[in-house]
Design a protein around this ligand. Structure first.
Ligand SMILES: *Cc1c(COP(=O)(O)O)cnc(C)c1O
Length: 479
């Protein structure tokens, strides 16, 4: 399997890379995102085998089957060992890893957030940690991951990389702006290779610092600076697996169709659903649920993709979906346009940087987004979120977090008789306790292992919003 950039001209076959070459990279050199040059097709026999693999051997074995189709430069026995040590009941809490529960009338919830940080990002990040350690060890190299977080991504990265050989994490976050629970999750890590940096500023200041450091190419090379952001193909690939696991749990035979609703921000999660569907998994609809930041809902309704300015980007009670643009969306548009890299480049490289928008509304390809690729969408507001959390708890006896609530609200608008609808649960309520209290008047349940974490000692360095300060800090801690 080789990988190409979404901005590559069809003739540029020489530029194609193998999995381990793109594993530690972010963007392709031309600014595009990596995708496999084709989607492996899973036929009926194979799907039937995989159904029993998941039932009889478990999630790790299923992950090995799926990943093997995309990774051909890690020996099978090694890849199997990596999957086995990643997806365990000890780390993810249940033997199913991603158990399904029924809400009502064909509406299901797939739990993706029982990992170490209680958000679905663990599903991919835990695998990434093990893949990084393996590949860096094989090359005899080191990597210093520099990131900015307002919560979920940073903690998932830290819990995935803690104690890993060859990897250090330098994670910036806005001082005093994360929830006490999120701060406690990150700052209580005592591992030598994890560095929390609380920046005196807002999230954008953290991102600007990371960008400034990454743009200093000499520094970047000297200190082997890398990232783990959501555009990494390995993260997306890891997420494909739970669409198969969700499908097998929601259906009894492979002749049935199942739909998925996905709380969406950067379009990474639902893009994995698109990949699963392209592989031949019988997915009917892929429902994109957004919050007030409705960049994606606007596109699927009108064909207009419009990046929001910061004044137009709302701080909401489902904060992990507060995006001004959807960084993985380019992957889907590349497929939608018949994998025309030249056109994708014109839209994402040129039109977006010039005008901040493009419009495919009158392009014949746009109708294919729903007709051929199964995409539909909807949005949810703070009031919808509160009402959905309350109704789901009081009437259906299930407590859901704010992001999942957005998806449940939108899923109901797209229910079809006879087609199970699986909502992906992307976080547990405890992470967003203030909004749960607002909706229910009571505190959310707290898993036993997080009892009292706010009181644990904290390991964090406070710093001015200054790129030079973070460079100095990295240089001091890379000896
Ligand atoms: C990251 C995140 C999302 C958004 O996922 P994307 O892959 O960016 O679309 C939704 N919910 C939660 C809780 C998250 O952490």
């Amino acid at each position: 399997m080789k990988y190409l950039s979404t901005r590559a001209a069809a003739s540029e076959t020489a530029e194609r890379k193998r999995f381990c070459e793109i594993l530690l990279e972010g963007l392709a050199p031309d600014g595009g995102l990596y995708l496999p040059e084709h989607y492996p097709q899973v036929n009926e026999t194979q799907l039937a085998t995989w159904r029993s693999v998941y039932r009889e051997q478990g999630y790790a074995a299923l992950a090995f089957e799926v990943l093997s189709l995309y990774i051909d430069d890690i020996p099978a026995a090694d890849l199997k060992a990596i999957c086995d040590k990643t997806y365990t009941q000890a780390v993810f809490g249940t033997p199913e890893i991603v158990p399904l529960r029924h809400l009502e009338n064909g509406l299901w919830i797939e739990a993706l957030s029982n990992g170490p940080t209680l958000a679905f990002k663990d599903m991919a990040m835990q695998l990434l940690g093990n893949l990084f350690e393996y590949e860096l060890g094989r090359r005899g190299e080191e990597l210093n991951i520099l990131g900015a977080t307002s919560g979920d991504t940073g903690s998932a990265a830290e819990y995935a990389m803690r104690g890993k050989k060859g990897v250090r994490v330098f994670m910036t976050s806005p001082f005093g702006r994360m929830s006490p629970f999120q701060q406690a999750q990150m700052f209580s890590l005592m591992d030598e290779n994890i560095h929390n940096i609380a920046v005196e500023g807002v999230f954008d200041d953290c991102q600007d610092m990371v960008k400034a450091v990454s743009n200093d190419l000499d520094f970047k090379r000297k200190y082997k600076i890398g990232t783990v952001n959501s555009i990494n193909w390995a993260r997306l690939m890891a997420q494909v697996v739970y669409y198969f696991a969700g499908y097998f749990q929601a259906s009894t035979s492979n002749s049935e169709k199942v739909s998925f609703t996905v709380p969406s921000g950067n379009f990474g999660n639902v893009c994995a659903g698109h990949v699963a569907r392209m592989m031949g998994l019988p997915i009917d609809k892929l429902v994109v649920a957004t919050n007030e930041n409705d960049v994606l809902d606007e596109f699927f309704r009108t064909g207009v993709y419009r990046v929001r300015g910061s004044a137009d980007t709302h701080e909401t009670s489902s904060p992990s979906m507060d995006i001004s643009k959807a960084s993985n969306f380019e992957r889907f548009v590349f497929d939608l346009l018949g994998r025309d890299g030249t056109r994708t480049k014109a839209l994402f490289g040129d039109a977006l940087s010039r005008e901040g928008r493009f419009d495919l509304g009158s392009d014949p390809a746009f109708a294919q987004a729903s007709q051929r690729y199964g995409f539909v969408s909807g949005k949810s507001t703070h009031a919808n979120r509160l009402a959905t959390i309350k109704d789901t708890f009081e009437r259906l006896g299930s407590m859901i977090d704010t992001h999942t609530a957005d998806a449940v609200k939108v899923a109901r608008e797209h229910l079809q008789a006879g087609v199970p609808m699986v909502v992906l649960e992307t976080a547990l309520p405890i992470k967003f306790a203030a909004t749960i209290v607002e909706a229910l008047g009571c505190e959310p349940d707290r898993p036993a292992k997080f009892e009292g974490i706010e009181a644990l000692p904290k390991r964090v360095t406070r710093m001015a919003a200054d790129a030079q300060a973070v460079k100095t800090y990295i240089a001091q801690h890379c000896a």
